[in-house]
Design a binder for this molecule. Structure first.
Ligand code: OAD
Length: 249
């Protein structure tokens, strides 16, 4: 679809072309992504029809309590997720974001995804709010290492003898302070922020768009449907991230 045919649904009359112009005039850009950005790579989203959590109850598996009670079961589930993710490649939306980063002086990507596809696409300055499924953390010595072994040995142990866990944020766990601080700095300093492929209902990420707006940024959402955030956005472009984002380049 040509740029001019994308409509927008909010207060000011922005077309995608206008956003493209704004993008290349911007000094600092922040992008927040959610599961929707990886949907076109084949990764199931959390809350869609085929949402990951429909078949697997996260509250039973993605919690520190579950891991304490049955680390083998939790690792089997993570191994299944890792084996599934290992087949997927970055899509046009991931690549477009990496391309935007190359052209913008101050650029920060904040992602809620743990799939590592942004890195594979070439993104560099990434804040992974919920961790990364391709890293493991030792429960004894705390060492964090990259681990892309598929299938992973169940149970995996650190060289110090401690049990390893996935380096992701589980339900009931706090986000890292340093990640949050870095995210707030990026949000407060940016003049343009994109909110891409997230349902906008999981905090604190859901509040980032409003904070950016309060701090004076233009905030643009890209999603296949309206979200609870849409009404507060400067513009919402309805469509697939993989169709829309490459057109900003
Ligand atoms: P959700 O599954 O809640 O939302 C995915 C969003 O992507 C929805 O709004 C879809 O409409 C949109 N979407 C789907 N396909 C798209 C496409 N091709 N292009 C653009 N948008 C598309 O996922 P998140 O918002 O990322 O947390 O969920 C946030 C957090 O909730 C996750 O990180 C996870 C979960 O609990 C943890 O695991 C800690």
């Amino acid at each position: 679809m040509p740029l001019s045919e994308y409509t927008m649904h909010n207060i000011k009359e922005f077309r995608l072309q206008d956003i493209q112009e704004r993008l290349y005039k911007s000094k600092a850009v922040a992008i927040l992504t959610g599961a929707g950005i990886s949907a076109e790579s084949g990764v199931p989203t959390f809350r869609g029809k085929n949402g990951l959590w429909k078949n697997f109850r996260p509250e039973e598996l993605a919690t520190p309590e579950a891991f304490k009670q049955d680390p083998r079961l939790v690792w089997e589930w993570y191994d299944w997720r890792r084996r599934t993710l290992a087949q997927f490649k970055p899509n046009a939306a991931h690549l477009a974001i990496a391309g935007i980063e190359k052209r913008i002086k101050e650029f920060t990507l904040i992602t809620q995804n743990v799939d590592g596809l942004h890195q594979l696409a070439g993104s560099k300055n990434i804040i992974e709010l919920h961790g990364n499924i391709w890293r493991v953390r030792c429960l004894s010595c705390g060492k964090i290492t990259v681990n892309r072994v598929v299938p992973i040995k169940i149970l995996p142990f650190c060289e110090c003898g401690g049990l390893l866990r996935p380096d992701v944020v589980w339900f009931g766990e706090m986000l890292s302070d340093s990640n949050l601080t870095k995210a707030f700095v990026a949000i407060d300093n940016c003049d343009l922020m994109f909110i891409i492929g997230t349902s906008g209902i999981v905090q604190p990420a859901a509040s980032f768009a409003l904070r950016a707006k309060d701090e004076g940024a233009l905030v643009v959402e890209v999603n296949i449907e309206k979200t609870p955030l849409s009404a507060s956005m400067d513009a919402t472009f309805i469509g697939k991230a993989g169709d829309i984002l490459p057109q900003l380049l």
